[in-house]
Design a binder for this molecule. Structure first.
Ligand SMILES: [Zn+2]
Length: 82
C-alpha cells in the first residue's frame, strides 16, 4: 500500500462497502440515489464504494480535482428525491 499522496504518511485505510443500487449522495442541495457513478473517485458503478484514505490528513487517494462528474451533469443511473 502506497503512502499518502498529500502528507506522505503511512496510515492509509482502505474502505470497501457494497451497496448495489442503494447508493445515496447529496450534491449541494440536491439529494440523489441510485447506482454509484464511476467518476466520483470513490468507487465504480458496479456494486459499491471503494477508496483509500489517510488517517493523518483525511486525503482520499485519487486524481483530484475531478472533471465535471455525471452527478453534476445529470446521471441517468441516479434519481433526485425530496
Ligand atoms: Zn495524509
Amino acid at each position: 500500500m502506497a503512502n499518502c499522496q498529500r502528507c506522505s504518511g503511512g496510515r492509509m485505510c482502505t474502505v470497501q462497502a457494497y451497496c448495489g443500487t442503494t447508493f445515496y449522495t447529496k450534491l449541494g442541495e440536491k439529494r440523489l440515489r441510485g447506482k454509484i457513478p464511476p467518476d466520483m473517485g470513490i468507487g465504480s458503478d458496479l456494486d459499491g464504494v471503494f477508496f483509500e484514505y489517510c488517517f493523518d490528513c483525511g486525503q482520499i487517494k485519487g486524481d483530484w480535482p475531478l472533471e465535471t462528474t455525471r452527478l453534476e451533469r445529470g446521471n441517468p443511473k441516479t434519481e433526485e428525491f425530496p
